[in-house]
Structures are given as C-alpha cells and as structure tokens.
Write a new protein. Structure first.
Length: 219
C-alpha cells in the first residue's frame, strides 16, 4: 500500500511538506499525520491523477480514520492513536493479567479484580493460563448480578501486562509507543503501551500504562 502512494508522489524530496523525503511523507499519510495537499506539488493540475490515485489508496486502507476524526478519551480528553476492539468471536479485547495474589484457577473461571491504577472492579472469564499470567475477556461490571459473576473468584489487584485486539485508527508500527482506547473500558480512558506484534489489523500491546505523558486537550 505504501509503495502505491510513493509511486504517485512527485519524488522531488523537496521537504516543503515537513518530511525530508517523499517516502516519509507517504508513511505520514498512512498514519493520518499529514494531508495530501500538505504536498504543495500535488495541488498542481498536472499532478491531478497522482492525487486521485493517492486518495483511492487511502480510502481502501481499512485501518485509516478520516483525517479530521479524533479518538478522544471521555474521562481526561486525551487523544488516542487507535481504538482497540474485540477479536472476532470475543466479548472484549484480551487482557493479560498478572495477579498479586495466589489462587488455583482454571480456564473458564470467572474472576473479579481491580487493575492497578483503575478504580473500577472488573469481572472477566479466563481464556488462557500461561504460568502466572491470565488472559481474560471482560464480562462486567454490568453483569455482576448474574449467577456466573456471583460465583466469581476475587483475585484482588492485578497488573495489566498486555492487550490483544483489533485496531482501528492510525497506521502503527512494531516498537512504537502508542495511545489506545479499549472499546470495553468503562471509563473510556486512554491507555498507553508499546506495539510488539501486528498481524493484519490484530495487534498486541505490552507495557500498559494508564498514565499519558502530555497535557490533556479537548477537541
């Protein structure tokens, strides 16, 4: 996809768009950090077909949100790079937990816990156990009065190690620190973390933090 954009760019590497090279500008277009007409050369009539070709490529990018569309957290008005949705067939993104207490747990157990840094009690179903780590799908707190949640195992505070889900928003890269908004987050609070794997539009984010190091902005 990026090669198709590069082929339609002037190739002058003039730097007027704010990027040192045209291929850097192509990447910024895919990441929604630049508009097409930030390249002044593309505004010329003789480059009209090039411009239309680039627009067509961007329209067909499934992970690209319109340039003027913002992903804003509700509780603190931070802007996120992506939203994180459930993988097909799941109730929520997968959260990977490190409990701070010891319990004998099995797959499909319902657990009750509070992520460190979050004031809300979560209820979740265990889908995988890997040593001390639990992979879970969120089912509450709105379901706390159901029979399954009534039988939940209280595992206390937990450290959130990773998220795994489908992303939508700016194009992201492995190794990049990003801001993301889990669609199941009850507070709609922007999280941060490091992208460690991308396959199609599925992503694994580790090093999770609820602190975002910037001044909040309202858009």
């Amino acid at each position: 996809m990026i090669k198709d954009i590069i082929k339609s760019l002037p190739g002058y590497n003039c730097g007027k768009c704010g990027c040192s090279r045209c291929d850097d500008f192509a990447e910024e277009l895919l990441r929604n950090n630049k508009k097409i007409l930030d390249c002044s050369v593309l505004s010329f009539e003789e480059f009209k077909d090039n411009r239309l070709n680039i627009e067509k490529v961007l329209e067909n990018n499934p992970n690209t949100i319109a340039y003027n569309e913002k992903i804003i957290g509700l509780i603190d008005s931070y802007q996120a790079d992506i939203t994180l949705d459930p993988i097909d067939g799941s109730n929520s993104c997968t959260e990977v937990l490190l409990p701070t207490s010891n319990h004998k747990l099995r797959i499909n157990d319902i657990v009750k816990y509070r992520p460190l840094g979050c004031p809300i009690i979560h209820f979740a179903r265990i889908v995988e156990i890997n040593g001390l780590l639990l992979s879970v799908h969120i089912i509450g707190p709105e379901n706390r009065i159901t029979n399954s949640v009534d039988k939940s195992i209280d595992i206390g505070p937990c450290i959130i190690i990773a998220f795994h889900g489908k992303y939508k928003g700016k194009n992201i890269k492995v190794g990049e620190t990003i801001r993301f908004l889990p669609s199941h987050c009850m507070m709609q609070k922007v999280h941060s973390g490091v992208v460690v794997n991308i396959e199609n539009n599925n992503v694994i984010i580790e090093g999770i933090d609820l602190k975002v190091w910037d001044t909040p902005k309202t858009y």
